[in-house]
Design a protein around this ligand. Structure first.
Ligand code: IVH
Length: 703
C-alpha cells in the first residue's frame, strides 16, 4: 500500500472522513452486487476486506458520521480479515439430544401431543447415522453452486465456497435436469479415520502438530484461507437436510416425505448418510440404534449417535423449531466414553454471576478422541457426595460436546495421607466472603463489581457469539485489557478506537490485529434487542428468555421502564412480567433485581451515550405482518384442531405475545372447550373472546 496516498483513519479530519464514507458505501455495495448476485467479482477478497475494514475504522472514529446506507448496517458483513460473513437464508439448526431409550419414547410422545395425534396414528421416522464432522450449507442457483458456508451461529456463517468446491462429494452442477431455481443443501463435512491417521503421520513427520481427532482435522482443513491446501485434504460430504428451496423451476419437488426427499437429494448428485431406515415401529427404530452402536467402530468415519426425523414434511412444518432445535428431529447419542486418570488438584473458578465452581485439574488423558485435562465438579455437594479427594484416581467421561465430568473415584487407590477438599468460604479471586444461601447448591462471591473474575466473565459473555459476537476478544485479551484498566465496563469496548495505539503497543498485538478488532467492534455497534438483553448477562436470562422479553416489550426503552417498575411486586408492571408465558417468579425476581441496581443502569446509560453508543434495534415482528402481530393472546380450555402447544407456537410465529393469564393487556382470549375461570375473567375485563375457529380464521388457517 502506498502510505502517502491513504491517510490512516486516525488522521482524517471530519470532513475528509465524511467524504470517504460517502465514497466507500456505494463502492462496497457495487462489489457486493458483483459478488453475490452476478458471481463476477472485480477485486480480490483481500482488497474487498480492506475496503470494509477502512469503512468500519472510519466509522469507529466518527460514529456520528455512519451513514444509514453504511455497509456495516447491511447483512452479510464480514469481520476484518478471514472469511466473508454470510447470512443463511434459513437458519441452520442443531439438534436436541436423547441419551436413553426412554428419551426417544418421550420424543415421539411429544410429537404426538404437539400434533394432537391419536395413540393409534403411526408416526413414521427416518433414522440415519449421525456423523461427527461439521455442518455446511451449499447454495445452488439454476443448478450451479454459488455459495458454500459454515454453520457459524446458525444465522450467519462464513463464506468458504472456494474450499467446499474442492470436495469431490460437492457437485459443481446438480445432476439431472430438474431442480428448483434455488436450493440449499445442508450436510456434514468429515474425514475418514484412515485419512485422519495418514494426515497426522505426515504432519508429525513434517514437524507439525497433529490434530486431536478427525472432526478437528476436517474443521482445520476446511477453514484454510488458501483453498489449495483444502484441496490436498481428503474431505467428504454427506447431505442430510435442506434450507431454502425456491420456486420449483421445472416441476422439481422434494415431495411430501423425508424418505422420498432423501432419494431426490441423492439423484441431484449428493451422497447420503447410510444405512438409513424408515419405520413407524419404535422397537425397530431402537433396534437400529443398538445395531449401529454395536458396529460403530467398524464404520470408516466417527459416529456419535443416530438421528431420528419425522418423515412427513407437513408435520415437520407444523412442528417447527424451538430455540435452535427442530421439534421434529432428535439425536440419539451413543453412551459417553470414559477413561481413568489422576486428579492432580481442585481449583475454584468464579463465573459472571459470582458462582464458585470447582474444577478438576487432571493428568491429561484421551477420552473419545479428545485430550482432557480439566473437568467440572459442579459444586461442593457433588464433591462430598462422590467423596472426591485431590490425588484420587478418577473416572472421567465425555458425552458429545458437553464439558467433561468426573463420574466417580476409586477409593481403594487413595493414598493414606489424602485429605478431603475444603471448599473455600472466600472468593479465590477477590477474597470477598463467598456465601451459600439457604436452599442453594451454589456458593457465590459477594464482591460484585470489585471482583475481577466476575467483571471479566461478564465482559466475556457480553462479546460472546450469541451476544455482541465480537471476534478477536478472547478470555486472555479481556483479562489483560481489564487488568490495565483499558476495558472495565461494556461501554469501554466502544471507546477502544481512541486507544488503538495503546493496544498496538501491547505484546501480541500488531497494527493489523488492532485494526481487525476495531473493525469487528464497529460492525457490531447495531444490535437486535434480544441479543442486547442476552448480552447483559442477567442471571437465568438465556437466549430464549431474552427473545421473549424483546417480543413483549419491543424496545429497549419500554423494556427498561417496565423492568425498573417491576421491583414492586404488587404493581402492574410486575404482574405483566409474570403474565408472560415462560417467565416465572424466579426469573422475574432476577430481572427486577438487575434493573434495581444503580450500577447496572449506569452501564445501560453509558452504552446508550450517542457519542460512542450502541444502537439497539427495536424488535420487529416477522415479515408480512399478521393481524395478530404484537397482540397479546391467552389460550384456555381444550382446543380441537391443534394442541395448545402448537397453537401457542403458531401465535408466536406470527409475532403475537402469548400470556399465561388474563389481564387488562390481553387482546384476545382463545377459549376452547371447558374453559373455566380465565374465560370468566376475560368477560369481566371486557377482553375479546374468540372461539378456536374464530382464532384460526383470524390467523388465516381456518377451514
Ligand atoms: S439433521 C435441522 N442428520 O449433527 C436438523 N444432522 O448435533 C439438521 N449431523 O448440526 C440436522 N449427521 O451438523 C442431521 N444424519 C444427520 C446428521 C446430522 C450429523 C450433525 C449436524 C447437526 C448436528 C447436531
Amino acid at each position: 500500500m502506498t502510505a502517502a496516498v491513504v491517510k490512516p483513519p486516525g488522521m482524517l479530519t471530519e470532513s475528509e472522513a465524511a467524504e470517504e464514507l460517502a465514497r466507500l458505501g456505494p463502492a462496497i455495495a457495487h462489489h457486493d452486487d458483483l459478488y453475490y448476485n452476478r458471481s463476477a467479482p472485480e477485486i480480490s477478497d483481500a482488497d474487498y476486506d480492506d475496503l470494509r475494514r477502512r469503512n468500519a475504522l472510519i466509522e469507529a472514529r466518527f460514529p456520528t458520521l455512519a451513514r444509514s446506507d453504511s455497509p456495516s448496517r447491511r447483512l452479510g458483513a464480514p469481520v476484518g480479515g478471514g472469511f466473508r460473513k454470510v447470512r443463511h437464508a434459513q437458519a441452520m439448526l442443531s439438534l436436541d439430544n436423547a441419551f436413553a431409550h426412554a428419551d426417544v419414547v418421550e420424543f415421539v410422545a411429544r410429537v404426538r401431543r404437539f400434533l394432537g395425534l391419536a395413540e393409534t396414528e403411526p408416526v413414521a421416522l427416518v433414522a440415519e447415522p449421525k456423523i461427527d464432522g461439521l455442518s455446511a450449507s451449499l447454495r445452488y442457483q439454476a443448478g450451479r453452486l454459488v455459495l458454500g458456508a459454515t454453520r457459524g451461529d446458525g444465522r450467519e456463517g462464513e463464506d468458504i465456497t472456494a474450499n467446499l468446491r474442492t470436495l469431490d462429494d460437492v457437485p459443481e452442477v446438480l445432476a439431472g435436469t430438474r431442480f428448483p431455481d434455488v436450493i440449499e443443501i445442508r450436510g456434514e463435512v468429515y474425514m475418514t479415520k484412515v485419512d485422519f491417521a495418514a494426515l497426522n503421520d505426515a504432519r508429525v513427520g513434517a514437524g507439525e502438530s497433529p490434530f486431536a481427532n478427525p472432526r478437528n482435522a476436517a474443521a482445520g482443513s476446511l477453514r484454510q484461507l488458501d483453498p489449495q491446501i483444502t484441496a490436498t485434504r481428503p474431505l467428504h460430504f454427506f447431505a442430510y437436510a435442506w434450507g431454502e428451496v425456491g420456486a420449483p423451476g421445472n416441476t422439481f419437488s422434494l415431495g411430501e416425505n423425508l424418505w422420498g426427499a432423501r432419494a431426490r437429494l441423492g439423484s441431484l448428485g449428493f451422497t447420503l448418510n447410510e444405512p438409513a431406515i424408515l419405520s413407524a415401529d419404535l422397537d425397530e427404530i431402537l433396534a437400529y440404534y443398538d445395531d449401529i452402536a454395536a458396529r460403530r467402530a467398524q464404520f470408516p468415519f466417527d459416529l456419535d449417535g443416530v438421528v431420528y426425523k419425522v418423515d412427513r414434511l407437513d408435520w415437520q412444518q407444523r412442528l417447527g423449531a424451538v430455540s435452535r432445535s427442530p421439534r421434529w428431529a432428535i439425536a440419539h447419542k451413543f453412551p459417553a466414553e470414559q477413561a481413568k486418570t489422576v486428579l492432580k488438584a481442585i481449583t475454584v473458578q468464579v463465573g459472571r454471576t459470582g458462582a464458585l465452581t470447582p474444577v478438576a485439574q487432571l493428568e491429561p488423558v484421551t477420552v473419545g478422541g479428545v485430550v482432557v485435562q480439566r473437568a467440572t465438579l459442579h459444586n461442593e455437594d457433588e464433591i462430598a457426595r462422590k467423596d472426591i479427594h485431590p490425588g484420587d484416581l478418577v473416572v472421567v467421561q465425555r458425552a458429545g460436546d458437553v464439558i467433561p465430568q468426573v463420574v466417580s473415584v476409586d477409593p481403594d487407590q487413595r493414598r493414606a495421607d489424602a485429605k478431603p477438599f475444603r471448599f473455600p468460604d472466600r472468593c479465590p479471586v477477590c477474597d470477598s466472603l463467598a456465601i451459600r444461601e439457604v436452599g442453594e447448591t451454589v456458593r457465590r462471591c459477594t464482591g460484585g463489581l470489585i471482583c475481577e473474575a466476575q467483571a471479566v466473565e461478564r465482559l466475556r459473555h457480553f462479546v460472546s457469539r450469541d451476544a455482541f459476537d465480537i471476534e478477536g476478544l478472547g478470555e486472555k485479551q479481556i483479562a489483560a485489557f481489564w487488568a490495565d484498566g483499558l476495558v472495565r465496563s461494556p461501554a469501554d469496548l466502544f471507546r477502544l478506537a481512541a486507544r488503538a495505539e495503546d493496544i498496538a503497543a501491547r505484546e501480541g498485538w500488531g497494527e493489523t490485529s488492532v485494526a481487525n478488532l476495531l473493525a469487528a467492534i464497529a460492525e457490531r455497534r447495531t444490535i437486535p434487542l434480544d441479543r442486547f438483553v442476552y448480552a447483559l448477562g442477567i442471571r437465568q436470562v438465556g437466549q430464549t428468555t431474552a427473545r421473549l422479553l424483546a417480543r413483549n416489550y419491543l424496545s429497549l426503552k419500554a423494556l427498561r421502564a417496565a423492568l425498573e417498575s417491576a421491583a414492586d411486586e404488587t404493581g402492574e408492571a410486575y404482574q405483566a412480567l409474570v403474565g408472560i408465558d415462560g417467565i416465572g417468579p424466579k426469573v422475574a425476581a432476577d430481572l427486577a433485581g438487575f434493573f434495581a441496581e444503580p450500577h447496572n443502569l449506569s452501564v445501560l446509560d453509558d452504552l446508550a451515550d450517542p457519542d460512542y453508543g450502541v444502537r439497539v434495534e427495536d424488535f420487529t415482528a416477522p415479515e408480512n405482518a399478521s393481524p395478530v402481530a404484537g397482540k397479546t393472546v391467552v389460550f384456555t380450555g381444550t382446543l380441537a384442531a391443534t394442541s395448545r402447544a402448537e397453537a401457542k407456537a403458531q401465535a408466536l410465529g406470527l409475532g403475537a405475545k402469548v400470556a399465561g393469564s388474563v389481564s387488562a393487556r390481553t387482546d384476545y382470549l382463545v377459549a376452547g372447550a371447558e374453559a373455566g375461570s380465565k374465560l370468566a375473567k376475560a368477560r369481566a375485563a371486557g377482553v375479546t373472546v374468540l372461539t378456536e375457529d374464530e382464532w384460526r380464521n383470524l390467523i388465516g388457517i381456518g377451514s
